[in-house]
Design a protein around this ligand. Structure first.
Ligand code: GLU
Length: 418
């Protein structure tokens, strides 16, 4: 085992430090970008179904709002930590900047295990979170959204609780809502769709025929499921050879049917046991000889320990933080083309931004409007980052940092913060 520091916030700071060095950032700007401007830690007493009260810990981090209201999801996860939320909030800051939407970056989290909670317990927890964090959020302040293990239903309860606090409907306080209460068409698969647009652009640059690629998806939640189907639907990708979820994975050299896999997962709550497939571990999946690897689970999956064994030509990061800095160096030396997380998965927040715009003028777009504008945003961002990677002779992650950090630094300078 290598001695890498796997604290996500230490990693986010290390990535920033490297960008600051390349950009020769002044000390004050650099320091402002190393830490959140604001964060709230809350205790959430929640009545459980058995009548007892359980106290949950929650966080909301507003990392930087110099380019606009902070934006970013809320994660419900048993392994949540303040440093994970800080890292995710930093990455949201770079994400909104790299796709050039007028928002900052933030993130929230609650330490809990939603898989072991009833629907009513989850509702009470979601409302309690807003009772505490409500003072900090709002359409012009900070706008949450879904993340790992939070859903459109949870967004609905949270938006509703904010309504009871304020006394009026402020749909734009939260995104990722269902269509019936101010959601946007196309938000459901936006993260994956944006990532597949990036894969399409990467294939053009690398002269790869996307209809001939094999691919594997690690993580079979919202982003992973849609990525599996959209690679086929949008690019005509040849073969999905493996997918995994938090329990285990399935593999077939002849290819797996993405639609059937999604159906199976929805019915059984897991991918293992899928008919006609062999079982495979999460670790084995990452090391498969595929053209496109799609990490769509959690942080720190590709590290100094396994990076030398990654055989994919492209790694399209739909997860946040799946690759460590040490692994990045190894992948770059081995010519693995990494589409970095905060570029590759920016489709979600981009359509969240579209949702907010629609909420603000209370008029809703067609699905074609959403797809067209998302494609434009992702394609422009990808090409801009790619050009920077050539200009500075750096990998795509450093190039994405160069673009994003420059934009945030410029906003802070113009506002007189630094
Ligand atoms: N949680 C998603 C992300 O990490 C979406 C954030 C949003 O829509 O605000 O990008």
């Amino acid at each position: 085992m290598s001695q890498e520091n796997l604290n996500p916030f230490a990693i986010a700071q290390q990535q920033l430090d490297e960008a600051a060095r390349i950009l020769k950032l002044d000390e004050a700007t650099h320091q402002m970008l190393r830490w959140p401007v604001r964060e709230l830690h809350v205790s959430l007493p929640v009545r459980m179904d058995d009548g007892s009260i359980q106290v949950f810990k929650g966080f909301r981090v507003q990392y930087n709002d110099s380019r606009g209201p902070t934006k970013g999801g809320i994660r419900f996860h048993p392994a949540e930590t303040i440093d994970t939320v800080r890292a995710l909030a930093a990455w949201m800051t770079w994400k909104t900047a790299v796709v050039d939407i007028p928002l900052g970056g933030g993130k929230g989290g609650v330490i809990c295990n939603p898989k072991e909670m009833s629907k009513y317990e989850l509702e009470r927890l979601s409302r309690q979170y807003i009772r505490q964090v409500g003072r900090l959020i709002g359409p012009a302040k900070d706008v949450p959204a879904p993340d790992v293990y939070t859903t459109p239903q949870i967004m609905s309860w949270m938006m509703d609780e904010f309504y009871w606090q304020q006394g009026y409907n402020a749909f734009g306080v939260i995104t990722g809502k269902p269509l019936a209460i101010g959601g946007s068409k196309g938000r459901g698969d936006a993260t994956a769709r944006g990532g597949v647009f990036c894969v399409r652009e990467a294939c053009k640059k690398l002269d790869i025929d996307p209809t001939k690629v094999t691919y594997a998806v690690q993580g079979f939640g919202n982003a992973g499921q849609f990525a599996a189907t959209l690679m086929k639907e949008l690019l005509g990708a040849d073969k999905l050879v493996a997918v995994s979820d938090s329990r285990s994975g399935v593999y077939s050299a002849d290819g797996l049917d993405p639609e059937k896999l999604v159906e199976y997962k929805l019915k059984n709550g897991k991918v293992s046991g899928f008919p006609g497939a062999e079982s495979i571990s999460n670790e084995e999946l990452l090391e498969l000889d595929v053209d496109v690897l799609i990490p769509a689970a959690l942080e720190n999956q590709i590290t100094a320990d396994n990076a030398a064994r990654i055989k994919a030509r492209i790694s399209a990061e739909l997860a946040n933080g799946p690759t460590t800095p040490e692994a990045d160096k190894i992948l770059y030396d081995r010519n693995v083309f990494v589409i970095p997380d905060f570029l590759c998965n920016a489709g979600g927040v981009t359509v969240s931004y579209f949702e907010q715009v629609q909420n603000a003028y209370n008029y809703y777009w067609t699905i074609d409007d959403v797809y067209k504008r998302l494609d434009q945003k992702m394609t422009d961002a990808f090409r801009n980052v790619y050009e920077n990677s050539l200009e500075y002779s750096v990998d795509m992650r450093k190039a994405a940092y160069i673009v994003a950090v420059s934009r945030v630094a410029e906003a802070m300078k113009l506002r007189g913060w630094v």
